[in-house]
Design a protein around this ligand. Structure first.
Ligand SMILES: [Zn+2]
Ligand SMILES: [Zn+2]
Length: 234
C-alpha cells in the first residue's frame, strides 16, 4: 500500500472516528448517563445488571462488623448487607452519590428489600444527611423508600445530626473515629416505643449506626438492627 493510499485510509478512519465520537457525545447530551455495570448509555444502572450483582445477605454485628454472635457485643443488634462494597457494587454507590442518582438509589433499595428478610419493625429509619452536605437528597432515605416498597414498612426520617457534632465533624479529618454521645437527635414524638430498622448505604465502621442507635434507644425505641446496600471496611 503506497503512502498516498495509506494516508487516505487513515484520513477516512479518523473521519469515521470523529463522527462516532460526535454521536457518542450527542447521546451523552441527550442521555448523560451510562450503566456502571454494562456501560449502556442512557441508564444509571440497568435493573437486570443490578440483579446480577453478587449478593451477600450475611448478618454481622451492627456495633463492630464482626460475625455474629459477637463476643464484644453479645445479643446486640445485627446488620445485614445486600452486597459487598467491591467492584460493580461499589461503582453503583459512586454513581448514586456523585451523579445524583435518585432513581438508582431507589432501585438499590428495591433489590435490598428483595434480598434481605423482611424485618419485624414498625418503620424504617434512614441515617440522616449531614447539614453541610452538597447532595440534593439523602441517599439513605431513598434506599429506604425502595426497601419500603418491597417490605410494606413505612419510612420515618426521625433522626438528624446534632449541630455541634456537625461543626466538629467539619473541622476534624479522618473517618472511623467514635462519634461523641448525643451525636444525633431524634423526633421523640414519632420514635418513642417503636421497633425500628436503621437504613444506610454502606457499612464501614459502624460508628454512624451506633450514634443513630443511641439516639433512638434514649427515647425508648427498640432498634431491631440495620440494613445496608453494601458492606465495606474489611
Ligand atoms: Zn447495565
Ligand atoms: Zn460487635
Amino acid at each position: 500500500m503506497g503512502d498516498d493510499r495509506q494516508g487516505r485510509v487513515d484520513a477516512r478512519r479518523s473521519g469515521g472516528q470523529g463522527i462516532a465520537e460526535l454521536i457518542d457525545s450527542l447521546i451523552h447530551i441527550i442521555w448523560p448517563t451510562a450503566c456502571p455495570i454494562c456501560g449502556r448509555l442512557g441508564k444509571l444502572a440497568c435493573e437486570e445488571c443490578m440483579e446480577t450483582l453478587v449478593g451477600l445477605n450475611e448478618a454481622f454485628c451492627m456495633a463492630c462488623g464482626q460475625p455474629v454472635p459477637c463476643a464484644a457485643h453479645p445479643g446486640g443488634p445485627e446488620c445485614r448487607a445486600a452486597t459487598e462494597y467491591f467492584g460493580a457494587c461499589r461503582d453503583v454507590v459512586h454513581v448514586m452519590k456523585y451523579e445524583n442518582g435518585r432513581s438508582l438509589a431507589r432501585n438499590m433499595g428495591v433489590i435490598m428489600g428483595r434480598r434481605l428478610p423482611r424485618p419485624r419493625a414498625d418503620f424504617l429509619v434512614p441515617v440522616p444527611l449531614h447539614a453541610g452536605s452538597e447532595r440534593e437528597y439523602n441517599q439513605a432515605e431513598v434506599i429506604a423508600e425502595g426497601a419500603s416498597s418491597v417490605w410494606g414498612i413505612p419510612v420515618r426520617p426521625v433522626l438528624r445530626w446534632d449541630a455541634d457534632v456537625e461543626r466538629q465533624a467539619l473541622r476534624s479529618s479522618g473517618g472511623g473515629r467514635q462519634l461523641p454521645a448525643g451525636a444525633m437527635a431524634v423526633n421523640r414524638a414519632v420514635a418513642a416505643r417503636s421497633a425500628v430498622l436503621l437504613i444506610d448505604d454502606v457499612f464501614t465502621t459502624g460508628s454512624t449506626l451506633a450514634a443513630a442507635s443511641d439516639a433512638l434507644r434514649k427515647v425508648g425505641a427498640e432498634v431491631k438492627g440495620a440494613a445496608v446496600w453494601s458492606r465495606g471496611g474489611r
